[in-house]
Design a protein around this ligand. Structure first.
Ligand SMILES: [Zn+2]
Length: 133
């Protein structure tokens, strides 16, 4: 792996600073590390129609796919308010799985929290992920 856990988590924390979260005041950042060493980050984007809001992981995954990435995801870092342990929501787990299923990878997922960073594999967070491929 080319990006350390610390560096990727720092990228997620920095990304959270760009969150648009005027309704929840719950800024979250996500950073995705790829096998080529690149990192794509995103932050949550809320909408006055709450159901239209996008999570940080979904924003980052969408950016990565729009930049042409189709797999190669090796790690994900997610960070939010320092008082909260963060894990990707169910929807984001499936969104991230789309990048993993394309090449059969099982990326690490590092989740920030007040008691430190927890490490999972995406398959732990979303066992038996739906795959239409
Ligand atoms: Zn989510």
């Amino acid at each position: 792996m080319t990006v350390s856990r610390e560096a990727l988590m720092a990228a997620a924390r920095t990304a959270a600073e760009q969150a648009y979260a005027p309704y929840s005041n719950f800024a979250v950042g996500a950073a995705l590390a790829f096998a080529d060493g690149s990192v794509v980050s995103g932050a949550n984007v809320e909408n006055v129609s709450y159901g239209l809001s996008l999570c940080a992981e979904t924003v980052a995954a969408g950016k990565a796919m729009n930049e042409g990435r189709r797999g190669g995801l090796v790690a994900v870092a997610v960070s939010g308010p320092v008082t909260h342990a963060i894990t990707p929501c169910g929807r984001c787990r499936q969104v991230l799985a789309e990048l993993a299923v394309l090449d059969g990878s099982d990326p690490l997922v590092w989740c920030d929290g007040p008691e430190g960073v927890r490490e999972f594999r995406l398959s732990q967070l979303l066992p038996e992920a739906f795959s239409g491929l």
